[in-house]
Design a protein around this ligand. Structure first.
Ligand code: ADP
Ligand code: TYD
Length: 204
């Protein structure tokens, strides 16, 4: 049987990566094998593209094309083969991130985004997406506490992050059956409980 495709989304610092292990655990409890991956990245070429796109300032369409170029490799070499083999794929971000960051954040026209989706992953959408929603000010605090220099997106102004958050929520309203919004405020344990509930609901 074909595996399920799960994605996690949210503004930087919302806390989504902290729950990948929990999602993997729940997949295994269900008797399936999981593959945990990320975007941009997930393949050798995708990781090289990631280094550039998270570092260099560029035209919004160039940025979108690089995200989708990395995504094409990821879909063809990792996601589709794993799903076909019955594995469940858990990806830290996918196309909803392009909608939120490139359309919401950078103002990329939605028709351009829709065209790229059609070219890059026709007929493929996640079976369930968990959107970690958090006040940008709290997310910024969490990011500050994390080690490492901030990348190009993490250096963006508050207004950019606010637009990204709103675009995510707008997409969640339009795809309410697929996108499960998780309140990411509170302790790790409180959020983890919400993840367990949302996962059970998604795959009931
Ligand atoms: N509920 C939480 N409360 C406090 N700190 C958190 C919480 N969730 C995550 N963190 C911390 O915030 C930082 C960002 O979390 P992370 O999962 O990497 O976010 P994201 O993947 O969404 O950018 C990490 O240092 C993480 O340990
Ligand atoms: C997948 C994707 C990510 N991004 C951005 C969002 C993030 O700021 C950045 C990398 O995501 P992420 O791996 O979540 O960053 P971190 O490891 O620092 O938590 O790329 C886009 O702008 N468009 C996309 O399509």
């Amino acid at each position: 049987m074909r595996g399920k495709f799960i994605t996690v989304e949210g503004i930087d610092g919302a806390g989504k990566s902290s729950h990948l292990a929990q999602l993997g655990l729940m997949v295994r409890k269900g008797g399936f094998e999981e593959v945990v991956t990320r975007e941009p990245g997930g393949t050798p070429l995708g990781e090289k593209l990631r280094e550039i796109v998270l570092d260099v300032a560029m035209d919004p369409r160039t940025e979108a094309l690089m995200m989708f170029a990395a995504r094409r490799e990821h879909v063809v070499r990792v996601i589709e083969p794993a799903l076909a083999a019955g594995r469940w794929v858990i990806s830290d971000r996918f196309s909803d991130a392009s909608y939120a960051y490139q359309c919401g954040g950078r103002g990329l026209p939605k028709e351009v985004f829709a065209a790229l989706e059609t070219v890059v992953h026709p007929g493929l959408q996640p079976d369930a997406t968990f959107l970690f929603d958090l006040d940008p000010a709290v997310a910024a605090q969490r990011s500050l506490a994390r080690n490492g220099a901030p990348d190009k997106f993490e250096r963006e102004q508050a207004a950019f992050v606010q637009r990204v958050r709103e675009a995510y929520l707008e997409r969640a309203r339009a795809s309410s059956g697929r996108i499960h919004v998780i309140d990411a405020a509170g302790t790790l344990e409180e959020v983890r409980e919400r993840v367990v509930v949302a996962f059970s609901r998604a795959f009931a």
